[in-house]
Ligand binder design. Structure first.
Ligand SMILES: [Zn+2]
Length: 208
């Protein structure tokens, strides 16, 4: 149960009790087995950490570079200390609050900090990562979804929104909904195919 709570900590969810007699089939929760010890501790396997294993194309970053910048980041150094040595019962440092609230799902891998399976990007690298996330120019929602598979930092969503909102290419995509990809085969001669649709209101009636 602890393992599942750690996996789901990134989501908002409600838990509903269902008696065993009401469940006819075997459920995943009761059959789920730990792949390795790291996963059992809620740290996520390396394969889950996409940024470290399969970074997006165009992102000239690797774990060593992120680890080096993490070491220079004073806030992340405090976070790493607490991840290694434990958190206090109550946080009094405002800069640590976003991390304290996520403390159950924070871990480290290759000397990089992780929130669930997302690498926490130090401030010095955020602009570089943001540029790659934004490169496809797919608008706010899809850029955020793309980011969620790889990275997180405090205020990341707001940075994405601010960047995309002023981007002409992203706005052009937003204002042009995707066209219907269906194309009709051209008929050989006139009236060989007739399309009909509803037409209304016309003189108070609907016509087919
Ligand atoms: Zn854009």
């Amino acid at each position: 149960m602890l393992r599942w709570s750690l996996k789901l900590v990134c989501y908002e969810y409600d838990i509903k009790y269902r008696p065993g007699k009401g469940i006819g089939n075997a459920d995943a929760l009761s059959r789920w087995t730990s792949v390795n010890a790291a996963e059992a501790r809620g740290m996520g396997s390396l394969a889950d950490v996409l940024l470290l294993e399969e970074p997006p194309s165009g992102l000239n970053l690797d774990a060593a570079k992120i680890a080096a910048e993490t070491k220079k980041d004073p806030v992340l150094q405090k976070v790493l200390f607490h991840v290694l040595h434990g958190w206090t019962g109550k946080n009094t440092d405002p800069t640590l609050q976003p991390y304290w609230t996520r403390r159950e799902a924070l871990s480290h891998n290759k000397e990089c900090l992780l929130w669930c399976n997302r690498v926490i990007i130090p401030a010095s690298l955020q602009q570089q990562v943001l540029k790659v996330l934004h490169a496809p120019h797919v608008g706010i929602v899809q850029t955020k979804a793309y980011a969620r598979g790889y990275v997180w930092w405090v205020g990341m969503d707001a940075r994405i929104e601010a960047t995309v909102t002023v981007c002409e290419l992203c706005q052009a995509v937003r204002n042009n909904p995707p066209r219907d990809p269906h194309t009709w085969i051209l008929p050989d001669k006139p009236w060989s195919r007739v399309h009909v649709d509803f037409a209304r209101p016309f003189q108070g009636k609907t016509f087919l």
